[in-house]
Write a protein that binds this ligand. Structure first.
Ligand code: SF4
Length: 348
């Protein structure tokens, strides 16, 4: 899978590195000082990820935990994200990553202890001023939170940490069904695995190389049965002729796999792009029906449906969920005037 594995010098004997190298005996190994010295230094076309993918193993430096903007998640609560990986093995054709880094190569940062300390510090500082609030942390800001966990093996660090931080929540956001590592942990009520779902035909045409809807729903069923809290994202919602029926069907299927009262929250977001990402979609996926959508360039230069259309779509799907017993207060709309996503991205 990885042609070259780049390893920061100080990590060459790290047990996790040795474990990873054992899994890829045929990869060429190159020692480097810092990931940033090599990663993305020479532009590598995004679609080269299909045939040539390298892996970088390093330690994340700089600001390890960042404040997410308002409307990032459930409102009224502070949201932070931390970064322990860049890039993704999947290939959703709307993905913001195709316009974000100069390379699709995978980076895994292994200094989870340091990241965990920083999370703890942020939580303690926040609670010193606002002891009554729940503080949210989100993993996988630039990657999928579960897809590579069998390789990266970080979940145990975060389960240990959040067992202590009972007044904080961690969201693991994914399209993966790789729940093996998760199932090794004891479920915690403050670690929520959230699945991004779309109607089956949209997954086929847009979420390239990701597990199909059926498998994601089975993963949800299994995790819920074993006591792991579940969140859901219907994001990105894309309009087509079957829009209403396909979201009705999706809601029905979801509730066949998990009872409404077991879903912690459902977020709804309509597809949106920065200008740069939209240009990448035009170049990388010229045949995609995404390009035949009636988008406008809106007030902030983002490419999206016009406002009445966005609101109509969100309200339609919201009502379908409410009609099926999902309490309104557990549904949040991930956009509109408060759409202040830091990377202007379409999330997992
Ligand atoms: S949208 Fe998410 S799952 Fe899809 S390629 Fe991007 S990071 Fe991966």
């Amino acid at each position: 899978m990885f042609e070259i594995i780049y390893i920061e010098n100080q990590l060459i004997d790290h047990p996790k590195v040795l474990e990873i190298l054992k899994k890829y005996p045929n990869s060429e190994i190159k020692k480097i000082n810092k990931v940033e010295d090599v990663f993305g230094r020479v532009k590598k076309p995004y679609l080269q990820k299909r045939t040539n993918l390298n892996l970088f193993l390093g330690e994340k430096k700089g600001q390890l935990v960042k404040l997410a903007p308002p409307a990032y998640g459930l409102s009224g609560e502070p949201h932070y994200y931390f970064v322990h990986a860049y890039n993704c093995i999947y290939e959703c054709n709307y993905c913001y990553l195709q316009g974000y880094f100069h390379s699709p190569d995978i980076v895994l940062y292994l200094n989870h202890e340091e990241i965990a300390l920083e999370i703890k510090k942020v939580a303690v500082d926040y609670h010193a001023k606002n002891p009554e609030h729940i503080v949210w942390f989100h993993a996988g800001e630039y990657s999928d939170s579960l897809a590579l966990t069998s390789l990266s093996g970080e979940l145990n660090h975060y389960f240990k940490l959040f067992r202590e931080l009972s007044n904080c929540n961690l969201e693991l956001r994914t399209k993966s069904v790789n729940i093996k590592e998760l199932l090794k942990e004891e479920p915690l009520s403050n670690i929520i695995t959230s699945f991004s779902l779309s109607p089956a035909h949209r997954i086929k045409s847009n979420d390239l190389k990701t597990p199909p809807l059926k498998s994601r729903l089975e993963a949800i069923r299994e995790l819920n049965a074993k006591g792991f809290p579940i969140g859901i994202h219907f994001d990105p919602i894309i309009h087509d002729e079957q829009f209403i029926e396909s979201y009705e069907e999706l809601a029905d299927l979801l509730l066949e796999h998990i009872p409404a009262n077991k879903i912690r929250y459902i977020s709804l977001g309509v597809v949106r792009f920065t200008k740069e990402v939209y240009q990448k979609v035009q170049r990388n996926y010229p045949e995609s029906d995404l390009l035949a959508q009636e988008f406008v360039r809106s007030f902030d230069n983002k490419i999206r449906y016009n406002r009445p259309m966005r609101l109509w779509m969100l309200q339609k799907v919201k009502q379908q969920l409410v009609d099926r017993g999902i309490p309104e207060e557990r549904i949040y709309l991930c956009m509109e005037d408060t759409e202040l996503d830091p990377m202007n991205k379409t999330n997992d």
